[in-house]
Design a protein around this ligand. Structure first.
Ligand code: SF4
Length: 125
């Protein structure tokens, strides 16, 4: 059983380069959260992703996510699934060198429940 990584909110993953892909329902949810029409949200905060297969969030001039404010995510309750799932449901070789999440040994049930808790607050909205 792999450990469950507890995020320490260091925001490193909000600052490294790459696409934060958006699914259609995420566009709807984030636009509503920001009180914007989907069209306005797309115009203001998205770009074509690097594979030219969909939309991703734009970046600030320093490369950090457009919604990172200090150490807070402006759209935390509705942030994209890609952000939500890292590093427990996807990661990359050597991610531990840049991510400060703390590994905890858990049972498979605990792992599922912790992942579910992260998603419940998301789907309640
Ligand atoms: S890099 Fe790791 S510890 Fe830091 S905010 Fe992202 S998931 Fe959390």
């Amino acid at each position: 059983m792999p450990p469950f990584y507890e995020c320490q909110r260091c925001t490193a993953c909000c600052r490294w380069p790459g696409d934060v892909r958006l699914l259609e329902d995420e566009i709807t949810r984030i636009a509503a959260f920001l009180d914007l029409s989907e069209e306005d949200f797309i115009q203001r905060y998205t770009r074509i992703n690097h594979h030219r297969s969909g939309l991703s969030l734009t970046e600030q001039p320093d490369g950090s996510c457009v919604f990172l404010e200090g150490v807070d995510c402006r759209i935390q309750p509705v942030k994209p699934q890609q952000c939500r799932d890292f590093p427990n449901l996807w990661n990359f070789p050597g991610f531990e060198n840049v991510c400060r999440a703390v590994p905890r040994d858990v049972t498979i049930e605990e792992f599922k429940s912790k992942v579910q808790v992260a998603n419940q607050s998301f789907f309640r909205r």
